[in-house]
Ligand binder design. Sequence first.
Ligand code: FES
Length: 104
Amino acid sequence: PKLVVTNREGETSEIDVENGLTVMEAIRDNGFDELLALCGGCCSCATCHIYVDGSETAGMSEMSEDEDDLLESSDHRKETSRLSCQVPLTPELDGLKVTIAPED
Ligand code: FES
C-alpha cells in the first residue's frame, strides 16, 4: 500500500510500503528522522505519535488501552492521534495520509 506522510516542516511525500509493516516502520525506514520511535514499536514510548488525516479509518487497527494511556501523556493529542507503531498497513489502508505530530 501507499502511505502519504507530512513531516514537521509541512512537506508531503508518498511512500510505497510493504504489506503488514506498521506506519512507524514505514516512516522510519524511508528516511524520516523525525519519528524517534524510541521503544522500537512496543507501545511504551509515545515518540511515534502521528495524526491520521481525513476520516479514512476503515480497516485501521483498534486503539488499545495502553496506546490510549500513552497518548494521554502527550501535550499534542488530538482527536486523530495514533501511535504509528500500532497501526499496520493493509491494502485496505492504501493511500492513508498521516502527519507526524510535534515533539513533546
Ligand atoms: Fe514506541 Fe510506538 S515506537 S510507542
